[in-house]
Design a protein around this ligand. Structure first.
Ligand code: CDP
Ligand code: MG
Length: 807
């Protein structure tokens, strides 16, 4: 229970005054704590605080602030005691109680597996123990790294630990996530405890294969089995053998099946943290709920209206569902009586801005109830205090990869029983809780898999193969995996890297491949940058585009999501007309050739607006662009530029091509990475009027038909494997449907949609792709035709049989 729940107005005022008065003293306290505070120090400081307080406050206020032990620890009315309160919180964590045993085991083992319930203090405390211990071993200048599968967890935990140690975030305690480095390299404040995404540690191997800057690594959330963590398992195992005497590895997991990890590390000891978990009553839906957003909102409202105090955590698969649910909940909460407790709605997902993410950790005011609506991010990586009710929709988004079509996509699928148990557990941390599953008991028992499938078995491993090869690991079949990826995925990765010229015929890394591996980007995007630098002389613009494509959910897509349809209670007509107008305006900023040029022009215009006037945000607002995303794009752009500089790629700033030439060069550079994503128009879907015309008049050649229809009416076919695809409605940059185009990504909803598309000429593919690629394509197409022919024969046969049977 947080202190704020019971605070009186008077006490609150007192805190504000005390915070100002005790500011210096609080810093002194933190310093003392840092250098090892003794009881005598503590008493002396307390005495000093008392003296100061006596001067400034009335006697009873003084006792409220500094005299009263209870108020110091739990009510925490001053800054001074807030720091102390955090220390007390730390001491009470299950992990802290076991710290001595942990250190003892660490003395005699290089690798430890640590298991404990979520919230027991693994992530926040263990890296601190590791660092404090390594200082004693004379490794005070080395870093303790702790990996997280999710960016939000890395940043928020780093912030918490900085607070616990009384230091500024980014100094002694910091974090690194892709395109965001909050660490200090050198000097007094150099970062020694570093939280980072697992992907960032992987990249660190490229710069420093022995991780010589580190004394220890904690692989956190190992049970999640993300692709990057799984690769780290193998690399760190090799490293442990090399640095046997001066390197420690901790594998931390929230679930109890840690034997597999222990076995992988030749029987490393499993250290179990005993924690208490309160009983959670589980309720299952009696019938399957088809619309889980609706069901989640209804359930949460019901809890709000009928159940005692306690915060609610709703699990939904992704951003779109979360935004929808937040909107619906807000709307409906307004309609319930004014006398009800206030409902504070906090969505959380990875693509959210930092300041919005931090809101979920704020204590809930006493007259309110908080509802956190989250993806599986809140399953184990984040602990939100005060949750008593969990609503579990039973689905999450996961990656799938089809090695034949080479399409990786995010799909919404049922969770596993292990996920469901974790979700349930989130309700029992502070007191007895309740968990509402929006699926039946039968579904839980029979339809959910017992455990998750490791990401490595359902991902595109191309970037991993590239990375391992650049680390000198040539024979990937010899690399030790916890669970190896399917062989087809390996073959597909080799295929992709070979076609991008990243590896040679003999499977060796090429110079291009080596350069590509330096960029934390999709391999195809890295290839586009290289082509832009080496062949087409348009590196600057292609960096702009690469940055814009890397901004989370790209702002255009976001905008589209935002206006995808009127939310409940909104005026349908208004929402739609705004949607089309705003999108058309943005589309007009490009040159009509596609989304890539559009992104480039928008970005450049934003930079231009910033230089000519102070009101660039006004400009952005007039186009409904989110400046946070533009700024983020700018940061990413600068970092890509720095990386280009590091590998000696030259940015030619005076490009004196005319607009058409520039646009062509930019699209050719991008195509040099994405030639595998080319599609051609295969069918124009006739409008209703067209359909009414007699057959003869409808049969125009495709080229003529394309001129008459909108891009959304055209079905495209991918060159590589003949999939039927459509242009996503969020596409704004193409004016007329082209014969040929390439796409950035594909998404499946009702149909398969291409996102971020640009038109090309068919001859360009031969120009940008490596020799042999076109021949391979022709072979593929021939095979495809034969297949279709056979299929047709089979279908005809089936039809005949069916006819006979039904006579
Ligand atoms: O890693 P594990 O799930 O075992 O626990 P943790 O993340 O270290 O969290 C320990 C405690 O720190 C939690 O109970 C939270 O109360 C607190 N914490 C926090 O207040 N703010 C954060 N950003 C992270 C943790
Ligand atoms: Mg944790």
């Amino acid at each position: 229970m947080t202190s704020i729940d019971f605070i009186s107005e008077r006490q609150a005022d007192l805190i504000i005054r005390a915070e100002t008065i005790f500011k210096d003293l609080a810093s002194e306290w933190k310093r003392a704590h840092h250098t090892g505070m003794t009881e005598a120090d503590r008493d002396a400081l307390r005495e000093k605080a008392k003296e100061m307080a006596q001067k400034e406050f009335k006697a009873e206020e003084t006792s409220m602030l500094v005299d009263n032990e209870e108020s110091e620890s739990d009510e925490g009315p001053s800054l001074l005691t807030e720091f102390e309160r955090i220390q007390k919180e730390r001491e009470n964590l299950p992990v802290s109680k076991a710290s001595a045993d942990f250190i003892k085991l660490l003395e005699t083992n290089q690798v430890l597996v640590i298991v404990g319930h979520t919230g027991s203090g693994k992530t926040t405390q263990i890296p601190q123990y590791l660092y404090d211990w390594s200082v004693k071993r004379g490794q005070k200048n080395l870093i303790v790294g702790c990996t997280q599968p999710r960016r939000v967890a890395a940043t928020s935990v780093a912030a918490r630990v900085a607070k616990e140690r009384g230091v500024t975030l980014g100094h002694q305690v910091g974090y690194t996530i892709r395109f965001d480095d909050k660490t200090t390299k050198e000097g007094m404040n150099a970062t020694r405890i570093k939280y980072m995404t697992d992907g960032m540690l992987l990249r660190e191997f490229l710069n420093d294969p022995e991780l010589s800057a580190y004394s220890a690594i904690m692989l956190d959330e190992a049970h999640e089995r993300t692709l990057d963590t799984d690769i780290l398992f193998g690399l760190l195992k090799m490293l442990c053998a090399k640095r046997h005497d001066d390197f420690k590895l901790i594998v931390a997991s929230a679930t109890l099946n840690a034997e597999k990890f222990s076995k992988f590390f030749e029987g490393a000891p499993v250290f179990t943290v005993q924690g208490t978990l309160f009983n959670v009553n589980v309720y299952h839906a009696t019938k399957p709920e088809l619309d889980f957003v609706e069901a989640a909102v209804t359930t949460a409202l019901k809890i709000h209206l009928q159940k005692p105090k306690g915060d609610i955590l709703i699990f939904l698969p992704g951003q779109e569902e979360i935004d929808d649910a937040a909107h619906m909940l807000e709307d409906r909460a307004k309609k319930v009586g004014k006398n009800e407790m206030q409902l504070i709605i906090n969505p959380i997902y990875a693509a959210m801005a930092q300041e919005d993410q931090n809101k979920i950790f704020e204590p809930t005011p006493h007259n309110a109830r908080k509802v956190v609506i989250a993806t599986n991010i809140a399953e184990t990586s984040l602990t939100i205090n005060g949750i008593v009710y969990v609503v579990d929709c039973g689905f999450h988004k996961t990656k799938t990869f089809n090695p034949t079509t080479k399409v990786e996509s995010l799909v919404t699928v049922p969770i596993s029983q292990a996920n469901a148990i974790q979700r349930m557990g989130r309700a029992g941390r502070v007191q007895e809780g309740e968990c509402y599953r929006l699926y039946t008991r039968n579904a839980y028992n029979n339809d959910l898999l017992p455990d998750i499938i490791p990401e490595i078995q359902r991902s595109d491993v191309t970037p991993i193969v590239l990375l391992l090869k650049s680390l000198g690991i040539h024979d990937l079949f010899q690399f030790e995996f916890l669970d190896p990826p399917p062989v087809e995925c390996f073959l597909s990765a080799f295929d992709q890297l070979y076609s991008l010229n990243a590896i040679s015929d003999s499977g060796d890394m090429t110079t291009i491949g080596l350069t590509m591996s330096r960029f934390p980007l999709d391999v195809r995007l890295s290839k586009a940058l290289i082509a832009a630098a080496n062949v087409y002389d348009v590196l600057g613009p292609v960096i702009d585009i690469a940055a814009m494509l890397s901004v989370d959910g790209s702002m255009i897509t976001r905008r589209f999501n935002q206006f995808q349809g009127p939310k409940e209670g909104e005026d349908k007509k208004n929402a739609n007309s705004f949607d089309t107008d705003a999108m058309r305006q943005l589309g007009d900023m490009g040159d009509g050739t596609g989304d890539h040029m559009c992104l480039y022009k928008i970005y450049r215009e934003w930079i231009h607006q910033k230089t000519i006037q102070q009101q660039s945000s006004y400009w952005a607002q007039s186009l409904s662009l989110d400046t946070r995303y533009l700024r983020r794009g700018e940061e990413i752009r600068d970092q890509i530029e720095r990386l280009c500089d590091d590998v000696g790629m030259d940015i030619n700033r005076d490009m004196d091509w005319d607009d058409t030439e520039l646009s062509e060069r930019i699209r050719k550079s991008l195509l040099a990475g994405y030639f595998g994503n080319v599609a051609h128009a295969s069918l124009a879907i006739a409008s209703k009027e067209e359909k009414k015309k007699p057959q003869g008049k409808r049969n125009k050649p495709l080229g003529a038909q394309l001129e008459e229809v909108s891009i959304k009416q055209v079905q495209y076919t991918t060159e590589l494997n003949g999939r039927e695809v459509f242009v996503h409605p969020s596409c704004i940059g193409i004016r007329h449907p082209p014969r040929y185009l390439f796409y950035h990504t594909c998404v499946y909803t009702k149909k398969e949609y291409m996102r971020q598309v640009s038109m090309i000429e068919s001859e360009w593919v031969a120009e940008v792709s490596p020799p042999g690629y076109m021949e391979q394509m022709k072979g593929l197409l021939k095979g495809k035709k034969e297949q279709t022919h056979q299929q047709k024969k089979d279908d005809d046969e089936a039809e005949q049989i069916w006819q006979k049977l039904s006579q």
